[in-house]
Design a protein around this ligand. Structure first.
Ligand SMILES: [Zn+2]
Length: 415
């Protein structure tokens, strides 16, 4: 496993990274475009692209949202800058936090937008999740599959041809495409990368789930998409993307609420989900040797707010933290702790990990022994975090990180 010399990404990033002769990754190279592109021109271009879709009879476009990520910024752009009239859509991941509900519901009322939510029968979601956990060590397949297909299904059913997304991960994280390619939504990318070549149709073959259980996960067929002319565009091709500063604008402008995360320092991105920066992220560490904190460090390094040497302290601080809400998850899914631990072990990639005295150690770790053994590292970590200054909403400051949202402690989604 090789690491980029500028950010902290390893060569085995699942979205594929290529390194140049100086050991710089494609993500860092494409990031440089952010400082070269004339973004004013790009915005003019975007306005031209969306212009034929404006003033439609009912809705001009679809905007997928949730209670975190870039939802506030995306909708702000669509409503206030592009002056479009959107309908909002959301796939319910079933792993919601109360804060996520609050943010999403508040966002709808802020802009007065109609909203469609898809909540799939938890029995079906659990069957899918049991399968993807067992086969891929993945508890998030249904979330990604649902989030990437529900907006397209709505577009097809309601004949609204334009979908506006926030950032394209393939561009922003790993530089799979240039910003100049203006890459659009495609079934192919979704299949290859979002759902790692495992579309819902395969569940029909592999499980007892039936068509009527899974129809919400099927991508509309190409002919239908073509007939309606469905197009999905990504705003990070037209704006100099910086999720931290965008979310801070949204905190100030619209009171977007934030909270501390267990396994990373970014208090803005995945605060709507109990699992994303916990169990899901822990599997990522076992499978690929890096986790969400490395994503956030790499992004902050590229945007010039974090030094690489300081990032190593943050990675060391967060990556081995125990995932929270494991009990919530195993009770919900109906498995025991032993089974979950079995899956953690089963999906640990032994090409990159060694077991030393029953402890996992990376074969090629970017964190030096010096950092691992440093005595004052806690003080240093606090200093780095203070400088980065990710804001936590006042009322959430008091919530202890062990608290499970009351909705779930009451078994809201259990049968
Ligand atoms: Zn890099």
């Amino acid at each position: 496993m090789n690491y980029c010399s500028l950010c902290t990404y390893p060569s085995n990033h699942p979205l594929n990274l290529i390194f140049n002769n100086n050991n710089v990754c494609t993500g860092c190279m494409v990031h440089k475009e952010k400082y070269q592109i004339n973004w004013k021109k790009k915005l003019i271009q975007l306005k031209k692209i969306v212009s034929p879709y404006r003033n439609k009879k009912y809705y001009d476009c679809i905007v997928p949202i949730n209670g975190a990520r870039d939802s506030y910024f995306t909708l702000h752009v669509v409503k206030n800058i592009l002056k479009l009239n959107p309908i909002l859509v959301n796939y319910n991941t079933h792993y919601n936090t109360e804060l996520g509900f609050r943010n999403m519901n508040y966002l709808k009322t802020l802009h007065g937008c109609p909203h469609l939510n898809l909540t799939i029968d938890p029995k079906i979601v659990k069957k899918i999740t049991k399968y993807t956990l067992e086969k891929f060590g993945n508890i998030y397949w249904h979330c990604i599959a649902g989030q990437t297909v529900f907006p397209v299904q709505v577009a097809a059913k309601m004949r609204i041809p334009l979908i506006i997304w926030g950032a394209h991960q393939g561009i922003d994280q790993v530089g799979m495409f240039s910003h100049l390619d203006e890459v659009e939504m495609s079934r192919r990318y979704r299949k290859d990368h979002d759902v790692f070549n495992f579309e819902a149709e395969k569940l029909l073959e592999k499980t007892r789930l039936k068509k009527e259980d899974l129809h919400n996960f099927f991508y509309p067929n190409d002919e239908e998409l073509k007939r309606i002319g469905i197009k999905g565009i990504y705003l990070n091709n037209y704006f100099k993307w910086d999720s931290k500063s965008q979310n801070e604008q949204m905190i100030n402008k619209y009171n977007y609420e934030t909270n501390r995360q267990n396994r990373t320092f970014d208090n803005y991105q995945n605060i709507d989900c109990l699992m994303y920066s916990n169990i899901h992220d822990y599997f990522k560490l076992r499978k690929f040797g890096y986790s969400l904190v490395s994503d956030h460090c790499s992004r902050e390094i590229r945007l010039g707010r974090l030094k690489r040497e300081d990032a190593l302290y943050l990675i060391d601080h967060y990556r081995y933290r125990k995932p929270k809400y494991e009990n919530f998850f195993i009770n919900w899914l109906g498995i025991n702790k032993k089974k979950l631990n079995y899956f953690y072990d089963k999906f640990t990639n032994t090409n990159i990990w060694n077991y030393r005295k029953k402890k996992l150690v990376l074969k090629n770790d970017l964190i030096t022994e010096e950092i691992k053994n440093e005595k004052n590292k806690k003080i240093k970590v606090n200093r780095i975090l203070k400088k980065l200054n990710f804001i936590v909403s006042k009322r959430n400051n008091k919530i202890t990180s062990n608290q499970i949202p009351s909705l779930y402690s009451k078994g809201f989604f259990n049968e």
